[in-house]
Design a protein around this ligand. Structure first.
Ligand SMILES: [Zn+2]
Length: 294
C-alpha cells in the first residue's frame, strides 16, 4: 500500500429540526464549496418543509440528501426508532421523505436515525419506503455519559459497508439496504468529539480506525456553528453541548479537513459507493470460501 492511497470518507451533516440553525447549514454549504467536499445531508422532515429553498440549494450544489426523522431536534421526548411501532416509524419516515422530495425534486434513499436510535423494525420500514442506504448503526460506539448512545446492542457491528440482516442490524444479511455505520472508537468521529477532545485526539482516533476500515463516516450538525442563544432547543438539551456552539467551529473543522486531505481521504457520496460496497462484500464472501485456492 502506498502512503497516499485514495481513501473514501463520508462528510455527513445531520440537520435536526432546530429553528435558527438554518444559518449554520448555509455556512456549511459555503464551507463545502470552499473545501470541495461532497456531503450527504440528512434532513429532519419539518426542517425541509420549513426551509425548502435551502434544501433545494443543497441539491443544486451537488450534495446528496437523506432523511433524519420528522421533527427530531425540537422534542424533549425525542423520536425513538428503537421502540416505536412500525406504523409510527412509517409515518415519520414517509412525511420526511415527502418533505425532502418536494423541496429538492429528488426522492431520498439514504437514512440516519435520530440520535442513532434504530431497530430491526426501522429496516422493514426503510425497505418498504424504497430506501437503499442506512448510516445509523452505532458500531464500536458507547458515549460513557456524554452524547446519546448508551446502548450496546450493535456495538460489534462492522465498520465496513454491509447488507443488513433483518434478524439483527449488527449482522450482515440479505436486505437490499447497505449499512455504512458512522465511525467511532468508543466516541464518535464527529464535530462534538472534535470540539470537546480536540484535534490531536481526533486525528489519533482516525489513524486507529483507518487501520481497520477502508472508509470513514464523519458527521456534524448545522446548530454547532451558531451560538446557542440564537436557536431554539428543547429544555433538556445538554448544557455542555450548547456552550460549545459557535461560528468559530468552522476554523476547527477546517483543521480537521486539512488533516483528512493530508491522509489521502477524499469525500464521497453514499450513492457513488453502492458498487464498491457490493464488490467488497462479494470479495469478503469469496475470500471466505476461497482461501485454500490462494
Ligand atoms: Zn440528529
Amino acid at each position: 500500500m502506498h502512503a497516499q492511497t485514495y481513501m473514501p470518507w463520508h462528510f455527513t451533516i445531520d440537520v435536526d429540526w432546530v429553528p435558527g440553525s438554518e444559518v449554520g447549514l448555509e455556512g456549511l454549504l459555503d464551507f463545502c464549496d470552499r473545501r470541495k467536499l461532497m456531503a450527504t445531508i440528512f434532513v429532519a422532515g419539518r426542517f425541509a418543509e420549513t426551509y425548502p429553498d435551502l434544501i433545494k440549494d443543497c441539491r443544486r450544489r451537488g450534495h446528496e440528501l437523506g432523511t433524519h426523522g420528522w421533527e427530531h431536534g425540537s422534542l424533549e421526548k425525542d423520536e425513538d426508532f428503537r421502540s416505536a411501532s412500525y406504523d409510527q416509524q412509517s409515518a415519520w419516515i414517509r412525511r420526511a421523505t415527502e418533505a425532502v422530495w418536494k423541496a429538492s425534486g429528488v426522492r431520498p434513499v439514504v437514512f440516519r436515525a435520530p440520535s442513532l436510535w434504530i431497530g430491526e423494525t426501522t429496516l422493514r420500514v426503510l425497505e418498504d419506503e424504497g430506501y437503499r442506504y442506512d448510516s445509523s448503526v452505532p458500531a464500536r460506539r458507547f458515549d460513557c455519559g456524554f452524547g446519546r448512545v448508551h446502548y450496546l446492542k450493535y456495538f460489534g457491528a462492522s465498520r465496513e459497508p454491509y447488507n443488513l440482516s433483518s434478524y439483527r442490524l449488527s449482522l450482515p444479511g440479505h436486505s437490499s439496504l447497505i449499512e455504512m455505520a458512522p465511525s467511532a472508537l468508543l466516541f464518535p468521529i464527529n464535530m462534538a468529539t472534535l470540539r470537546v477532545l480536540g484535534l490531536p485526539v481526533m486525528t489519533w482516533m482516525v489513524r486507529r480506525i483507518s487501520r481497520r476500515a477502508s472508509r470513514l463516516v464523519f458527521y456534524c450538525h448545522p446548530h454547532e456553528f451558531v451560538h446557542a442563544h440564537r436557536q431554539s432547543f428543547p429544555r433538556n438539551m445538554s448544557k455542555w453541548n450548547m456552550r460549545g456552539m459557535s461560528p468559530e467551529n468552522f476554523s476547527l473543522l477546517d483543521t480537521f479537513v486539512d488533516h483528512m486531505v493530508r491522509r489521502g481521504y477524499s469525500s464521497t457520496l453514499f450513492a457513488g459507493s453502492f458498487g464498491e460496497a457490493r464488490a467488497s462484500s462479494y470479495e469478503a464472501t469469496s475470500r471466505g470460501y476461497a482461501t485454500s485456492a490462494q
